[in-house]
Ligand binder design. Structure first.
Ligand code: SAH
Ligand code: SF4
Ligand code: F3S
Length: 482
């Protein structure tokens, strides 16, 4: 990015930018990048679209509901835009970004004339230019086939918010082509950022007070960015390098594919303290027949074996997953296989969805689509089990001492909210002076969605408990092999 863009002209009027983000964490990261690239043009974020000069919807195409939300939001924005025009309050530029923009840019233009600009995920660095020629850019789309290299080279490095945790995209795109999924079409082929670029961005985040990084990628554990020696790195090696940065105390990564869970990454979980014992490892289904139809490229036994190896390396690993019910052809027996898999693995948390046919994906035209009532009933049954497991996991923390990274003030008095190593929210009274620090906390109780803890007051107790921290963290929570 040129210097002239990096410094807004003195006296330049502030323009208001409203970004609404749908979908996954990568969209959250991208929205921050878009705000960053527009800041030098005088755009400052605002909390509502009402007075915004520029509105961006950063959209998600993963399920039909997500995509349809965009059109209803655009309908509301159109009314707002017209009202502003009539009141002589100046124009409002409306852009649609993200995966819906990539997948159905022309349709957006056709269905909603109030949209000025459609911009796919690989072209956000071109926003300033596109904005100055919105009339011509209307209808223009940048293909997902482009390597995101230009985007990442051109966008300013992540600044992070004011927070102590930050997302950092290290990999983008997907080559897996699961038969239900749009991501390989909307985000393009797998591509990894070079190690040096990731380290630079992480150093800048650490300088701004970030202590915990979540590395993002559609298949983040397929990371193979170029290392200093010119050879591809691995996610494990990247994690070691990131952990050496002063200030970076915790590293997480998401989302991982079971087939890319390499030995060195599993070993890193045993050796590298900064790597948090929480892993999002979607399996989608417990039925071998369905896994084949989904083109997941592995069976249930391979998943069980993998979980066993991961838990051997890190006995307290908390696992999370994604599940789809009602995939075409799913029988009661297939669904029972999924329930059985969940019972065996025991998840600390999980996301589950009713299959949504997506245009252009192979599964959308498969015969034997499952009736909506059946899919709904299965979702209900699965979610009850997952919720039971999540609550049990949270309750099992009571009495332990966990290191908590305090992130923000809570709702009551001097309460603060932090994160446990297992990504649970921990609420602690009289702790708001500890925001930004990692402190041992005694867990008093665990509920469905969070933990309650208290500070350990006396120094003696503090020291004693330090031993307890490492002991507690090393202790197997679930010794039972799957
Ligand atoms: N890359 C990740 C997931 C990306 S999408 C992975 O490989 O697992 C996030 C989740 O959305 C998926 O894990 C899947 O559970 C769900 N999903 C994707 N396509 C879907 C569809 N067509 N219908 C319902 N759920 C879907
Ligand atoms: Fe979609 Fe499958 Fe790729 Fe995940 S691995 S993004 S579910 S195609
Ligand atoms: Fe949605 Fe695109 Fe993310 S489809 S889940 S925003 S990669």
């Amino acid at each position: 990015m040129s210097d002239t863009l990096a410094h807004p002209k003195a006296g330049q009027a502030t323009k208001r930018l409203f970004i609404k983000t749908y979908g996954c964490q990568m969209n959250v990261y991208d929205s921050e990048r878009m705000a960053d690239v527009l800041r030098p043009l005088g755009y400052a974020p605002t909390e509502t679209p009402d007075d915004a000069d520029f509105v961006i919807l950063n959209t998600c195409h993963i399920r039909e509901k997500a995509a349809e939300k965009v059109y209803s939001e655009l309908g509301k924005l159109r009314v707002l835009k017209e009202a502003r025009g009539e009141a002589g309050q100046g124009g409002m530029t409306i852009a649609v970004a993200g995966c819906v923009a990539q997948a159905e840019g022309e349709e957006i233009m056709r269905r909603q004339p109030a949209v000025d600009l459609v911009v796919g995920p690989q072209a956000y660095h071109q926003l300033p230019e596109l904005l100055t020629r919105t009339a011509r850019a209307r209808g223009e789309r940048i293909g997902a086939d482009f390597a995101p290299v230009d985007k990442f080279d051109a966008l300013p490095a992540a600044r992070g918010g004011d927070g102590v945790t930050a997302f950092l995209t290290v990999q983008e795109g997907c080559d897996k082509f699961c038969t239900f999924c749009v991501v390989p079409y909307t985000r393009g082929a797998e591509w990894s950022r070079p190690v040096a670029a990731v380290l630079n961005e992480a150093r800048a985040l650490a300088d701004r007070g970030v202590r915990e990084l979540t590395l993002l990628g559609q298949n983040v554990n397929a990371y193979d960015g170029e290392g200093a020696d010119g050879n591809p790195s691995t996610l494990a090696r990247l994690a070691y390098a990131l952990a050496d940065i002063p200030g970076i105390d915790r590293i997480r990564y998401t989302t991982s594919h079971p087939n890319d869970m390499s030995d060195d990454l599993i070993a890193a979980h045993a050796e590298l303290d900064a790597l948090m014992p929480y892993l999002h490892l979607p399996v989608q289904s417990g039925s071998d027949r369905l896994l084949r139809l989904m083109n997941r490229k592995h069976g249930r036994q391979k998943y069980f074996d993998l979980i066993e190896r991961i838990r051997a390396a890190r006995p307290d690993m908390a696992l999370s997953g994604d599940f789809i019910v009602g995939f075409p052809g799913e029988t009661d027996r297939d669904f029972e296989d999924t329930m059985d898999l969940v019972r065996r693995v025991r998840y600390a948390s999980a996301f589950s969805f009713i299959y949504s046919p997506r245009p252009g994906t192979p599964a959308a035209t498969m015969a034997a689509q499952v009736a909506p009532e059946v899919a709904k009933a299965r979702l209900h049954t699965l979610q009850a089990l997952l919720l039971e497991q999540q609550t049990a996991f949270n309750q099992s923390q009571a009495g332990r001492i966990l290191p908590v990274l305090f992130e923000k003030k809570g709702r009551h008095g001097a309460q603060a909210i932090g994160r446990s190593p297992y990504l649970q929210s921990v609420h602690v009274d009289d702790a708001d002076h500890l925001i930004g620090q990692i402190v041992p906390v005694e867990i008093v109780s665990g509920q469905q969605n969070s933990l309650a803890g208290r500070l350990i007051h006396s120094q003696a107790a503090h020291l004693q408990q330090r031993g307890a921290v490492s002991q507690a963290i090393g202790a197997p929570l679930r010794s039972e092999a799957p």
